[in-house]
Design a protein around this ligand. Structure first.
Ligand code: UT7
Length: 320
């Protein structure tokens, strides 16, 4: 039996920091409101001309070097993004592949908003377990500053740019295997978070924030309860709980409902805001770099986003 293992993590954030003051100077808002309602203090913003693929490439290079993998051994590239370099084609995965010199490799994008990285993980796992691929590069990369409506004070302060990437490889060692990934969607809530698009003459994101907030808390909580029960896991089996970083209040409500200890909960939203599909791999990378995440640990991922989409995963981290 072949299993899929989570072999390495990498991330990249642009150097430009946008703090709450930037918004205060441009619209009717306050540091107190943003901090209290979202927990966000800063976001990273891509430089002029810096594209989604550029950030994905940097994250991918780090993930590949940490996996000590020969790039020629990558046989699938999956990029999750809702802010691609080009509207429909070429896919950002193709552009990343080209920039990495991987020019004869299957590559495609996933559009599942903030759940995109977990969707990419499930695709990688399925391709590997079926025997079709051996080493999959998965990426969550977002230049959300290109689709945020900076005249809408109810959403614009939430989002930032960045990227995360991982190498998922085949293994015969069951102890290294990704335990489970579960993804779902309900298009009936499609209008909660949307970018109207070409025919409606705007590519800017619109969100029913309050409605989304309530469904997010409920879904993120029940999704974890389901995957934990299905796999016979209890909280003490989890080293780190890494939820999508949308809003501190959502993470707190979900973390409290699930009764995780503070030491298990991972929070990066204060520094980076909501980076959609990049948020979970960026948070995994942060734990890896600050020493909280070590080989053999079990992490629980929990994502929710536009679509609506949601997904969770129980992952053994196999990175050195
Ligand atoms: O990543 C995918 C998933 N995304 C999410 O899950 C995001 C979910 N939503 C949220 O994070 C929150 O709903 C927001 C942070 C967007 C908003 O927080 P809220 O507690 O739901 O606020 P609200 O929309 O109910 O608005 C409360 C008040 C309103 O004023 P009134 O009507 O009570 O007088 C807004 O006009 O806050 C006002 N408001 C602001 N005030 C100052 C809205 N935006 C701002 C602002 N500054 N930037």
């Amino acid at each position: 039996m072949v299993y899929a293992s989570f072999r390495s993590i990498g991330a990249y954030v642009p150097s430009q920091i946008r703090d709450n003051e930037w918004f205060i100077q441009r619209m009717d808002t306050s540091d107190e409101w943003i901090t209290k309602r979202t927990g966000i203090k800063q976001r990273r913003i891509a430089a002029e001309g810096e594209m989604c693929s550029d950030m994905g490439v940097e994250a991918a290079k780090l993930a590949m070097s940490r996996a000590k993998i020969n790039p020629k051994d990558i046989d699938l590239i999956v990029c999750a993004t809702i802010s691609p370099d080009f509207l429909c084609m070429p896919s950002t995965a193709c552009i990343i592949g080209n920039k990495l010199g991987l020019n004869d490799v299957m590559a495609f994008d996933i559009s599942a908003a903030c759940t995109g990285f977990v969707y990419a993980l499930s695709v990688a796992k399925a391709f590997i377990e079926s025997g079709m691929k051996k080493n999959v590069l998965i990426i969550g990369a977002e230049k959300l500053s290109s689709i945020v409506d900076y005249s809408d004070r109810t959403t614009c302060m939430l989002f930032g740019d960045g990227a995360g990437a991982a190498i998922i490889s085949a293994t015969i060692n069951k102890d290294e295997a990704i335990v489970d990934v579960s993804c779902s969607a309900d298009g009936a809530y499609g209008d909660f978070l949307l970018t109207p698009g070409v025919e409606r003459e705007t590519h800017f994101m619109q969100m029913k924030g309050n409605e989304t907030f309530k469904v997010a808390v409920k879904t993120l909580t029940s999704d974890v309860q389901k995957i934990m029960a299905k796999n016979g896991y209890v909280n003490s089996d989890i080293d780190l709980f890494i939820p999508h970083q949308a809003n501190y209040r959502i993470i707190k409500a979900v973390g409290d409902a699930l009764e995780f200890e503070d030491s298990q909960k991972v929070l990066t939203v204060e520094k980076y805001g909501n980076t959609s599909s990049a948020s979970i791999p960026m948070a995994i990378n942060e734990c890896y770099e600050d020493g909280r995440l070590k080989k053999g640990m079990t992490i629980l991922l929990d994502a929710f986003g536009g679509g609506l989409t949601w997904g969770s995963a129980i992952v053994k981290f196999s990175g050195e």
